[in-house]
Design a binder for this molecule. Structure first.
Ligand code: SF4
Length: 252
């Protein structure tokens, strides 16, 4: 058995001293206080932060989709099942823009489904294209309740997303599908009958726009399908001309 002084000495020399279990407790001055237990390390959970909608003009496709999915900029977010971002070929030469999701679109998360969607697909086929060749989006990404018309404040809030989508697709031609889409895209209250058959423009790069009837309207008024066919012929002719101009360096 060593006494306290010897113990300290032997420790200083690095000599191990074995103290039997039954040994009396060491003197207080030799008890080395246990190192304080470090506080637990709190590892912050990584939180996915959606890009801020004010920066929509700089977003890439994935960021834009995330910003739309998280958007609370207008009251429509409160009742949506999901946002309806848009669908199709991101390098499409044709872009179709409708008004807003309906009940089925809200359920499925895709624009232009159901009977009106089938008719739009037929219109796209009439242009010699497949639905997957074009990009389809709406002015609004969330469903207005009871399919009411969008409010100006809602379309103003949502416009940043549409403008970015059009910029990312950079289509040769935009087809505005229906009165609401046309009037919102073109910032006008001119009736659709007066907007058809002309070439308009939209957005920072003045993408060419033509206007036609909404397929839901055509289902209610089948007599107007002939006019919609005229619109498609007009669009196809214009598209050919624009592509030619682009090939010869006329339009980027
Ligand atoms: S409609 Fe557009 S602006 Fe309104 S909450 Fe949906 S994504 Fe946001």
């Amino acid at each position: 058995m060593v006494d306290a002084r010897q113990f300290a000495y032997l420790q200083a020399l690095g000599v191990d001293v074995y103290v039997p279990r039954s040994a009396p407790p060491l003197p207080a001055e030799l008890v080395v206080a246990a190192a304080p237990t470090p506080p637990p390390v709190v590892v912050a959970r990584s939180v996915e932060v959606a890009p801020h909608p004010d920066n929509a003009a700089n977003l890439d496709w994935d960021e834009l989709r995330a910003a739309v999915a998280a958007c609370h900029l207008c009251d429509l977010h409160a009742r949506r099942t999901q946002t309806v971002f848009g669908v199709g070929n991101r390098q499409a030469r044709w872009m179709f823009i409708g008004e807003a999701p309906g009940a089925e679109e809200d359920r499925q998360g895709e624009p232009f489904v159901g009977r009106a969607g089938q008719l739009l697909t037929s219109m796209i086929r009439a242009l010699g294209l497949r639905r997957e060749d074009v990009f389809i989006a709406n002015v609004l990404k969330c469903r207005p309740p009871d399919n009411r018309d969008p409010k100006p404040s809602e379309t103003a809030s949502c416009r940043r997303y549409l403008e970015r989508q059009v910029a990312l697709v950079n289509p040769t031609l935009v087809i505005a599908v229906g009165r609401i889409a046309a009037q919102n895209l073109l910032a006008t209250e001119t009736p659709i009958a007066k907007l058809r058959g002309k070439v308009h423009s939209f957005g920072a790069q003045a993408w060419p726009v033509v206007v036609t009837y909404h397929p839901a309207y055509l289902l209610r008024s089948p007599g107007e399908k002939r006019k919609s066919w005229q619109d498609l012929l007009h669009a196809r002719q214009l598209f050919g001309r624009l592509e030619q101009e682009s090939a010869s360096g006329g339009r980027a």
